[in-house]
Every structure is written in structure tokens, then in C-alpha cells.
Design a protein around this ligand. Structure first.
Ligand SMILES: Nc1ncnc2c1ncn2[C@@H]1O[C@H](COP(=O)(O)OP(=O)(O)OP(=O)(O)O)[C@@H](O)[C@H]1O
Ligand SMILES: [Mg+2]
Length: 261
């Protein structure tokens, strides 16, 4: 059963079941010289296991920042992030890296493919990093490349692939090691509508079949029908959008608290 939780403040505790992702009191500011820019303060978010949540917001709102904090790539100024009961913010950098390799898949806004590895080798990389890749893993990697429409490009190097093709390799790579949580930053940003639908379809199927939890930052409105929940990040506040997404039950269906900034 999926549950949905409210986004701001302590109400996240009211979730009837422990969520896969729980963010509490998250604050982040960037300093540039004498200027300090607060991206968000005391931000809370819970996402139930197997839910597909879409994160929307204007350019510069902090979507990538939030995903980077959740994945443990970046450190918050305050607050906690827990994934599947493990508090990432309490781990050492080395432990965080290990946890991320095992349990989190990340599709970066800039695809970050390794240029010296083929598409297939890039997809296999997370498997190599989390314990080795044999024949079975290679089969899975090829299948994932097939699902994103790139079965015939497995041996190609990234510089021979279009931006959208690289994005699709990056999506396959994020799913290769069967992570519990997939964080995707504009996974359809470089794709035409149909290819974007294909990638969203792969992500949605994954969430359904293996209870993978998805948090996808996007400007792409065609992601909305795929989502269980739609969250808006604006002025450092998250609010749950009403009447969009499948929002199966829980408080998500109730009136969202409007951002106060
Ligand atoms: N390392 C950094 N140092 C200083 N400011 C930063 C840094 N990284 C991000 N920012 C600023 O933080 C704000 C949020 O950036 P972020 O990349 O999270 O936005 P976004 O919502 O992902 O935008 P987009 O939709 O354009 O990808 C922006 O104003 C950005 O300039
Ligand atoms: Mg971004």
C-alpha cells in the first residue's frame, strides 16, 4: 500500500507507515564571498516506498540542491535525511558513498557518463562498484539499454551519442543495481516527447514492479500523469499539488499548505 505524506514541518510524522525517504529540518545556504543565499530552511519531506514523486519548481528553486542533499553527494547545513531507516546525515563520507552505491540510483542533470567507457560499461559501473558484474549483470544492463531504446548502441562511447541518448544511458545506469531509491534530475530534459514518455514508462514500471521509490525533478509536464504525487518547490518551501498525480491516499489528497515566504 502506498502512503503519501505532507511536506512541510512536523506533520511528516503522521505518516501511518515508515516512509522510504524521510527528510527533516533540512537547511542549505550557499555562500559566495560576503553574500549568503538561503536555498531552503527547515524543509521536510516523506515519500512512501514504491511511490513516484515529481518535484517541480522554477529554475534556481533548489531542485538539484535538494536531490544532491538527499543522495548525500552534498551536505546540509542542518537537518536529517533517512533512506530506508538509515540516517545518511549521520554517516561518514565513506559510509555515505557505500550506502549510495548500494541503495540509490541517481540520474544527474548533466549525465556524468564516463567518456572512456562504452554505454554498456557505463551501465555496468554501479554493479561493478557494488560487488562485481558477471554475465547476469551484463544481461540486465543490456536489457535496460533495450528498454530505453538503445540496444544497438551498447558498445558506443558517450561522445558518439546524442544528448538524449546519453541521458537514456544515464537512466539505465541509475537502475542497474536495483536501488531502493532513484533520484532523477531532469531525466527527460533532452528528450523529445515520445522518447521522454519511454523513459518515464521505464521508471514507472520499475516503481510498480520492484517497489522502487522515485523522486524526479523536472520541468516536463508530461511527467505529471506518471506521478503519484507532485511537489512544488518555491521560495524554499515545498507544497503538495492538489488534483494532479495519482495520490492514492493519505494526506496528499487533502488541501496542500500554500508556500509562505
Ligand atoms: N555551489 C554553489 N554555489 C553557490 N550557489 C549555488 C551552488 N549551487 C547552486 N547554487 C544556487 O542555488 C540555487 C538553486 O540551484 P539548483 O541547481 O538547486 O536549482 P534548480 O531548481 O535545480 O534549477 P534548474 O531548474 O535550473 O536546474 C541557484 O540560485 C544556484 O545559483
Ligand atoms: Mg537543477
Amino acid at each position: 500500500m502506498k502512503t503519501a505524506s505532507p511536506t512541510n514541518g512536523r506533520a511528516a510524522d503522521e505518516s501511518p507507515r515508515a516512509p522510504l525517504l524521510r527528510v527533516r529540518g533540512l537547511s542549505k545556504a550557499y555562500r559566495e564571498g560576503d553574500t549568503e543565499r538561503t536555498i531552503f530552511e527547515d524543509l521536510g519531506l516523506s515519500v512512501a516506498e514504491g511511490a513516484f514523486a515529481v518535484l517541480m519548481g522554477r529554475s534556481g528553486a533548489g531542485k538539484s540542491t535538494l536531490l544532491n542533499l538527499i543522495s548525500g553527494i552534498d551536505r546540509p547545513d542542518a537537518g536529517t535525511v533517512a533512506v530506508g531507516g538509515t540516517e545518511l546525515t549521520a554517516l561518514s563520507e565513506k559510509e555515505r558513498t557505500q550506502f549510495r552505491r548500494r541503495h540509490i540510483g541517481f540520474v544527474f542533470q548533466a549525465f556524468n557518463l564516463i567518456p572512456t567507457l562504452t554505454a554498456l560499461e557505463n551501465v555496468l559501473l554501479p554493479l561493478e562498484l557494488s560487488g562485481g558484474a558477471g554475465e547476469r549483470e551484463e544481461k540486465r544492463a543490456r536489457r535496460l539499454l533495450g528498454e530505453v531504446g538503445l540496444e544497438d548502441r551498447a558498445e558506443s562511447f558517450p561522445d558518439r551519442l546524442s544528448g538524449g541518448e546519453q541521458q537514456r544511458v544515464a537512466t539505465a545506469r541509475a537502475l542497474a543495481h536495483r536501488p531502493r531509491l532513484v533520484l532523477a534530475d531532469e531525466p527527460t530534459g533532452n528528450l523529445d516527447y515520445e522518447t521522454g514518455e519511454q523513459v518515464l514508462g521505464v521508471l514507472t514500471a520499475l516503481a510498480r514492479e520492484s517497489e522502487t521509490t522515485l523522486l524526479v525533478a523536472t520541468h516536463d509536464r508530461s511527467a505529471l500523469p506518471h506521478a503519484d504525487r507532485v511537489l512544488d518547490l518555491e521560495g524554499g518551501r515545498l507544497s503538495e499539488r492538489e488534483g494532479v498525480g495519482k495520490q492514492e491516499n493519505g494526506r496528499a489528497g487533502k488541501r496542500a499548505k500554500k508556500a509562505e515566504t
